[in-house]
Design a protein. Structure first.
Length: 472
């Protein structure tokens, strides 16, 4: 079979599906400036500095002059431009900036950061909601369908927020002050145009960021190790990627020849043809003496890639705002209210609740499947349907399978009502019984058939019998 791009897409998609299934959690997106350039025609870092040069009369030389003088060091150029904007703002340019920026407690670089915010706030889809073409709109639709656990970005703009409206934006050092990390958050680690003072653009900013980086990394590192992670809109040699991967490398301690299985970098390649089969991995130098090997995805259209990362399903039925509020309240309760004795705790009730999965679930508003009006939604298969679903020959084989599970675990799931099986009473005197089985049983049975490791978690369901039918 020839190695072509169609096969490449299939193999990458299958690999992503396996990684997501093995991780049993949603992916994390790490988004860089290339994303804004692709979908909003935004500037690169160098391009942004060029625009800033055009906006300040005191930056009076061609941009190439500054590139030559500072040896392409964009941080030094950013520092110089901050000084120029500060000087201009306190003279002829005063009317271009808010009055509060002239207070003694404001940093001198706030004027250039304000200019950055004004430039980037204009970015986004056009009046028709399009991101430039039907193909790009299709990519955005596929991206929005990814139920990312979290999004991390070094971008200052606000392109991402409308795509994930239920996610909470956490900016800069707010991440360090956050008592917990939940789900559905957008971490803007280099600041945001909504708060210009948080933007990281010059030498002083990066020095402060480097100090905070170790604490920031400690907060996010568990995310990066446990979840599938995909870098979007970055070059492979981007220093932001290298910093993150260097931290990951120290944690996993793999040799430079070992592939880190859950980390991908998505790179744009317009030269791809139907006959192409790009490399599936990439070795990056994260420090002068240390390399790390991660998975690489090359594409000219990102739609199929985003669809692949959307294979984990969606979170439409999960209220992420409510979940974050619940976690925040739980953290406050444990860290603040209880130690300060602001409330009284019924520890006996909590202890009893923890012993029962059903009771504990009710503390969080999760209903039991023991509601007879809903049982047909959770336990929807009769035994004859299981024969077909499990690809068995007859009902005897299903019963034999249950017997084998009983012998192995010591739990006869058919002898009482539980998450795998219920016995519904019906008939004139409610003496007839209908045995029903759930998706949880199907999963358990398939593992038993395949001789894979399994365990039985069969908490009893208190299911009252349906009332008997009255005689006509």
């Amino acid at each position: 079979m020839p190695m072509d791009y169609k096969q490449y897409q299939q193999e990458v998609t299958e690999d992503i599906a396996k990684v997501i299934a093995d991780a049993s959690c949603q992916p994390i997106l790490f988004i860089g400036s290339g994303f804004t350039q692709r979908y909003a025609k935004g500037p690169s870092w160098e391009g942004l500095l060029k625009l800033l040069a055009e906006g300040c009369p005191l930056i009076d030389k061609n941009f190439v002059y500054y590139m030559q003088t500072y040896k392409d060091d964009l941080l030094k150029i950013g520092s110089l431009f901050s000084e120029k904007y500060h000087e201009w703002a306190w003279n002829e340019g005063k009317e271009n900036f808010p009055a509060e920026y002239f207070a003694a407690n404001m940093p001198s670089d706030i004027f250039m950061k304000h200019a950055i915010a004004q430039l980037l706030k204009k970015l986004g889809p056009d009046k028709m909601g399009s991101y430039g073409s039907a193909a790009l709109d299709a990519e955005i639709a596929a991206l929005k369908a990814i139920s990312a656990h979290a999004i991390v970005t070094t971008n200052y703009d606000e392109i991402i927020e409308p795509l994930f409206p239920d996610y909470e934006r956490v900016i800069s050092q707010q991440i360090l002050r956050k008592p917990f990390l939940a789900i559905g958050e957008i971490f803007k680690i280099h600041g945001c145009v909504s708060q210009p003072n948080t933007i990281v653009i010059n030498e002083a900013d990066y020095q402060r960021f480097d100090v905070d980086h170790k604490y920031l990394s400690a907060k996010l590192l568990t995310y990066f190790i446990e979840h599938p992670l995909v870098f979007i809109g970055y070059r492979a040699n981007d220093p932001n990627i290298k910093k993150i991967l260097s931290d990951v490398d120290r944690m996993v301690r793999a040799s430079e020849y070992d592939l880190v299985p859950n980390i991908y970098i998505l790179e744009r390649n317009e030269a791809i043809t139907d006959a192409s089969y790009p490399p599936r991995d990439k070795v990056l130098a994260v420090t002068p003496d240390r390399n790390i090997r991660i998975k690489s995805i090359s594409a000219s259209s990102f739609e199929w890639v985003f669809r692949a990362f959307g294979q984990a399903g969606n979170l439409e039925k999960v209220d992420t705002k409510l979940l974050r509020a619940l976690m925040a309240r739980a953290v406050d309760l444990v860290r603040s209210d209880i130690p300060k004795k602001h409330i009284e705790i019924d520890f006996q009730m909590l202890e009893d609740a923890v012993k029962s999965g059903e009771t504990f679930a009710k503390l969080f508003g999760v209903t039991s499947v023991g509601d007879p009006t809903k049982i047909n939604l959770t336990h929807k298969y009769v035994i004859t349907e299981l024969v077909k679903i499990l690809n068995l020959k007859n009902v005897y084989q299903v019963n034999q399978l249950i017997k084998d599970i009983t012998e192995k675990t010591g739990i006869n799931i058919k002898s009482f009502d539980n998450r795998y099986h219920v016995a519904l009473k019906f008939g004139m005197a409610a003496t007839s019984t209908s045995h029903k089985y759930s998706d949880a049983f199907v999963t358990l049975a398939r593992k038993a058939i395949a001789q894979e490791p399994y365990s039985v978690d069969a908490q009893e369901i208190k299911l009252p019998p349906l009332p008997p039918l009255k005689k006509p």
